[in-house]
Design a protein around this ligand. Structure first.
Ligand code: NOJ
Ligand code: CA
Length: 503
C-alpha cells in the first residue's frame, strides 16, 4: 500500500488510553501499556491508531478538557513515552494520530486566567444557546471577572475565540510541536463548532423533523456551528500538513446533522479535511434500508476526490456490539463487515474486534458528567478472562469476550475481524473500488465494490435469497467460505464474494 495513501486504504483503530492497557498496575491505562500491546494491533493488521486525548487535564471531560496542549497527562506517561510509541508503532507500520481539542480548553488551562482575551465573553448572556452536556445555558458567570464566558460543553470547558488571531497562531504552534515529533496527524474534536456567529445571534427553536439531539436541545444549530470561516482555517492546516514528508492527515469530528454540511468539510475534495466522521451511520439502527440510505446520501454528496470514513463505535456512542447487535454475535460480525466493506476508511474502536459489549457501570462508579453518561462505552479492554486489570478506574465486570480466549479460537470474532482486514489487503476492489448498491430483499443490504467484489449482509430474522454470483471469500459463519455462493443468506449472515460475476 503506497505510503501516501495509507489513510485511504488502511484500517484505523481508536484507543481510549485510560482503558486500553495498564503497564504499571495503577488501574489506569497508559502509553507504555499501548506500546506493550502493539503486537496485538500488528497481528490484527491495523495501519494507524488514534489516541483520545493524552494531555494534562483535570478530567472534567476525561481529557477533552485540556490544561496543557504540549504535555502528557502524568497518569498516562511522558513525552518520551510518546516518542517511543511513535517509533515502536512505526517499526510495525502503524502510524499514530493524536486527538486535538481546539474548540475549548479546561478552565484550568493557564490561558483562562492569564489570557482571557482568547475566550468568548459577554457582559450578560447574549443568546439562548445551551450546553449539549446538560441542556443548561452555555453562558456561565466567572466570579473573578464578573462577566459570562461561553461553553458549548461543560462549564469547565470554556470555548476559545477563534476570531482572535492569537488563537489560530497558538494552535499552529501546537500542531507543529506534535507533527515535528512524528505523529501522523490529528483527529480534530468538534471541528465544525470552532467559529461562532460574529453577532452571537439566538438559535431558532428545533422543529419536529430535526434530529433527536437538536430536539432534546430545543434549538437548531445555525449560528453556533458550521460558520464559513472554519473552511479557511482547514485550508491553512491542510497546507501545513502537506509541508511534512510524508504528509500528515486531518480527521474531523463533524456533527453537522446534515450530510451536505458534513461533506463541505472536505472542501474541494483535497484541500480541507482528509477524512470526516459521519455519525449518521453510527446513530442509525442496524436496519438495511436506513443504513443504505445514509451511504447513498454520503456517496451522492461527497465531492470528487474526497474519501469517506466510517465508525460503528466510539467513546461517545458506545460499542456497536451493544447498540447495533444487542449482543448477537452474528450481527456484530455483520456490523464489522459493513464497516470494513464500505468504500471508505474504517475506524475500529478498541474491543470492536472482539465483539465487545458496553460494560456494566453501577451508578456509584459513574464518572462521566454528560447526560446520558458514556462510561459504559469506555470500560477497560479485557485482555484475558482474568481481565489483567487491578482495580481499574472504570469497572471491568464481564470478561467473557477477551483477547486471549479469542486468539486461540479460530472461529472467534477476533479472527473474523483479522480475516476481514486481511481480505481488504488481498482484494484491491474491497479497498479502493467504487460502491454500487445492488437490488436485494428488504432486510438485505448488498453492494458491489469495484468490478469484482460483492458485500451482502442479511440483517433480518429470516433467511433470504440474493441473486449474485461469486466465490465466498468470507462469511460471518465460520463454517462457510471457499465455495461458490448459491444465492442463500442465513438470518444474520454476511458474506463477501469475489470473482468475475459474468462467469
Ligand atoms: C467530542 C468528544 O468526542 C467528546 O468525548 C467530548 O466530550 C466533546 N467533543 C467535547 O470535547
Ligand atoms: Ca497505569
Amino acid at each position: 500500500m503506497a505510503e501516501r495513501r495509507w489513510w485511504r486504504e488502511g484500517v484505523l483503530y481508536q484507543i481510549y488510553p485510560r482503558s486500553f492497557a495498564d503497564s504499571n498496575g495503577d488501574g489506569i491505562g497508559d502509553l507504555c501499556g499501548v506500546i506493550d500491546r502493539l503486537d496485538h494491533l500488528e497481528w490484527l493488521g491495523i495501519d494507524g491508531i488514534w489516541l483520545s486525548p493524552i494531555h494534562p487535564s483535570p478530567n472534567e471531560d476525561w481529557g477533552y478538557d485540556v490544561s496543557d496542549y504540549l504535555g502528557v497527562h502524568p497518569e498516562l506517561g511522558t513525552l518520551d513515552d510518546v516518542d517511543e510509541l511513535v517509533a515502536e508503532a512505526g517499526r510495525r507500520g502503524i502510524r499514530v494520530l493524536l486527538d486535538l481539542v481546539p474548540n475549548h480548553t479546561s478552565d484550568r488551562h493557564p490561558w483562562f486566567r492569564e489570557r482571557p482575551e482568547l475566550y468568548v465573553w459577554a457582559d450578560a448572556p447574549p443568546n439562548n444557546w445551551r450546553s449539549v452536556f446538560d441542556r443548561r445555558p452555555s453562558w456561565t458567570l466567572d466570579g473573578e471577572r464578573g462577566r459570562y464566558y461561553l461553553h458549548t460543553f461543560a462549564g469547565g470547558q470554556p470555548d476559545l475565540d477563534w476570531r482572535n488571531p492569537e488563537v489560530p497562531a497558538e494552535f499552529e504552534r501546537i500542531l507543529r510541536f506534535w507533527l515535528d515529533r512524528g505523529v501522523a496527524g490529528f483527529r480534530l474534536d468538534v471541528v465544525n463548532v470552532l467559529y461562532k456567529d460574529s453577532e452571537l445571534r439566538d438559535e431558532p427553536p428545533a422543529r419536529p423533523e430535526d434530529p433527536p439531539l437538536l430536539r432534546e436541545l430545543g434549538m437548531r444549530r445555525i449560528h453556533s456551528m458550521n460558520q464559513p470561516e472554519i473552511h479557511d482555517l482547514l485550508q491553512d492546516w491542510r497546507r501545513l500538513c502537506e509541508e511534512y514528508e510524508p504528509p500528515r492527515i486531518l480527521v474531523g469530528e463533524v456533527y453537522a446533522f446534515q450530510v451536505p454540511h458534513w461533506a463541505s468539510y472536505y472542501g474541494n475534495g483535497d484541500d480541507q479535511l482528509h477524512l470526516s466522521f459521519n455519525f449518521q451511520l453510527m446513530y442509525n439502527p442496524l436496519v438495511a434500508a436506513k443504513l443504505s440510505a445514509v451511504v447513498a446520501e454520503v456517496e451522492h454528496e461527497l465531492p470528487a476526490g474526497a474519501w469517506p470514513c466510517w465508525a460503528g463505535s466510539n467513546h461517545d456512542g458506545g460499542r456497536l456490539a451493544s447498540r447495533w447487535a444487542r449482543g448477537d454475535e452474528r450481527l456484530s460480525r455483520c456490523g464489522l463487515m459493513i464497516l470494513l466493506g464500505l468504500r471508505g476508511t474504517p475506524f475500529l474502536y478498541y474491543g470492536d474486534e472482539l465483539g465487545l459489549l458496553d460494560g456494566e457501570v453501577p451508578p456509584d462508579r459513574r464518572l462521566d458528567r454528560a447526560e446520558p453518561g458514556r462510561d459504559a462505552g469506555r470500560t477497560p479492554m479485557p485482555w484475558s478472562r482474568a481481565g489483567d486489570w487491578r482495580d481499574p478506574w472504570l469497572p471491568l465486570v464481564d470478561t467473557s469476550r477477551n483477547v486471549a480466549d479469542q486468539r486461540v479460537d479460530a472461529d472467534s470474532t477476533l479472527h473474523f475481524t483479522r480475516e476481514l482486514i486481511a481480505l481488504r489487503r488481498r482484494l484491491p476492489d474491497l479497498r479502493v473500488g467504487s460502491y454500487r448498491e445492488l437490488e436485494s430483499p428488504e432486510d438485505v443490504w448488498a453492494w458491489r465494490r469495484g468490478e469484482g467484489c460483492v458485500v451482502a449482509v442479511n440483517l433480518g430474522v429470516e433467511e433470504a435469497r440474493l441473486e449474485v454470483e461469486g466465490r465466498i471469500e468470507l462469511s460471518t459463519d465460520p463454517e462457510r467460505g471457499g465455495e461458490s455462493f448459491a444465492g442463500h443468506l442465513a438470518a444474520g449472515e454476511g458474506v463477501i464474494l469475489a470473482g468475475d460475476p459474468s462467469k
